[in-house]
Write a protein that binds this ligand. Structure first.
Ligand code: PMP
Ligand code: GLN
Length: 383
């Protein structure tokens, strides 16, 4: 019996491919985005404590109250916007689940969903699994800013959702207040929802601020803000995410969440809630990562021929090699992994039609010594 694929064009994720290749060739893995250092031992102590204390049965489907309250306080502290923990905040199994559930809540067969490219790889497949049609709009090739004319040009009566990601993976672009207000203006009178993927919300550089879409009152009423503690607390393997959305939207979101995951790891929710008693845990994250970005970028500039603009946020740095070679980006990423022993992600992975602009993405969420070793290896690479 043959199973008809719902995602016929989809292969194994580039993150899995490059991580396997890095392991096979004993390369430094600057490909898949995850911290190469442990999280705070206080956080693991708390997790062990809550496990040993016996918090090992199902959490409430919407998440434990104390964690929802913490998230509400965090949003208020960061953005001055209040979300009701009882009705507007839901804990999910990572941002991946939050995104999938929000997409499922909105998208019906034939609906069009605008995705800006390059884009994180989960959006398109999640839209298609729900019968939706992703409509891709390219970001500016040089600085990854939004091409508003093109975006407005594709909006029509079938458009039901726009997916935003700020700070942006892979480019690091951070939405400015003007961007947020512009989006609000063009959809204010239209029945279009927004999903804002803000998983790198606490990682922004050079004193820039993360301007969440929740800050715009028009968008607050239309947007599912999806995020995750994976990046913020250096625990990508814990898969504890969350969604903030107005009550009516959260109601639909919660209906679907209860049949996709129902709930997520109870002791980890308690551990995170207790850990976040101290706001500095996330308030200091930008400075922590800025040091790494600066070390990595200074090394790239001094010892490699890549061209780049330092990322504004996230823990990724993209670099261009268009002036150096015509080799396709996947082949180059594989060659660098095998020969230079440094793995990265070819940027074509973030484009539906695999547009090859000769760009590579490196993750700098690593110890400084590892970043320096990676730079020294890259300095010997032949292009
Ligand atoms: N969105 C973006 C932009 C990401 O980079 C990632 C990767 N971590 C996710 C969503 C998924 O987050 P999580 O691991 O919490 O599911
Ligand atoms: N978000 C991570 C990245 O962009 C990887 C997540 C995953 O492996 N699916 O590299």
């Amino acid at each position: 019996m043959s199973l008809i694929s719902k995602l016929p064009a989809q292969g194994t994720s580039i993150f899995t491919i490059m991580t396997h290749l890095a392991e096979e060739h004993n390369a430094i893995n600057l490909a898949q985005g995850f911290p190469g250092f442990p999280c705070d031992p206080h956080l693991t102590d708390l997790a062990a404590h809550y496990i040993k204390e016996g918090n090992n049965q199902y959490a409430p489907s919407i998440g434990i109250p104390v964690l929802r309250k913490r998230i509400s306080q965090m949003a208020e502290l960061m953005h001055g916007v209040f979300y009701k923990p009882e009705t507007e905040i839901t804990i999910t199994s990572g941002a991946t689940e939050a995104l999938y559930v929000a997409i499922t809540a909105v998208v019906k067969t034939g609906d069009e969903v605008i995705i800006m490219e390059p884009a994180y790889d989960a959006y398109g497949p999640s839209v298609r699994l729900n019968g939706g049609v992703p409509v891709y709009v390219p970001l500016d090739e040089n600085d990854f800013s939004i091409d508003w004319d093109r975006l407005e040009g594709v909006i029509n009566e079938k458009t039901t959702l726009i997916i935003v990601n700020t700070p942006h993976n892979p480019s690091g672009y951070v939405w400015k207040k003007d961007d947020v207000d512009h989006l609000a203006k063009i959809i204010s009178d239209k029945p279009i929802f927004v999903i804002s993927d803000e998983v790198y919300e606490h990682i922004v550089f050079d004193k820039k601020e993360h301007y969440s879409l929740m800050r715009n009152p028009i968008l607050r009423d239309k947007t599912f803000i999806c995020s995750s503690f994976g990046k913020t607390l250096h625990v990508t393997g814990w898969k504890i995410g969350y969604c903030l959305a107005p009550e009516k939207m959260s109601k639909e979101f919660r209906k679907i969440h209860q049949y996709i995951a129902f709930s997520t790891a109870t002791p980890l929710q308690y551990a995170i809630a207790a850990y976040l008693d101290d706001d500095s845990k996330y308030l200091e994250l930008s400075a922590f990562y800025q040091k790494k970005r600066d070390i990595f970028c200074e090394g790239l500039k001094a010892y490699t021929p890549f061209k780049f603009t330092p990322a504004e946020g996230s823990f990724f740095q993209t670099v261009s090699y268009r002036h150096l070679s015509t080799e396709n980006d996947f082949d180059l990423a594989v060659r660098l992994t095998k020969k230079a022993k440094v793995a990265c992600i070819p940027n074509t992975a973030f484009y539906k039609d695999k547009s090859d602009l000769k760009v590579l993405r490196f993750c700098f969420a690593k110890d400084e010594a590892e970043l320096e070793l990676a730079i020294s290896r890259l300095s010997y690479a032949v292009f």
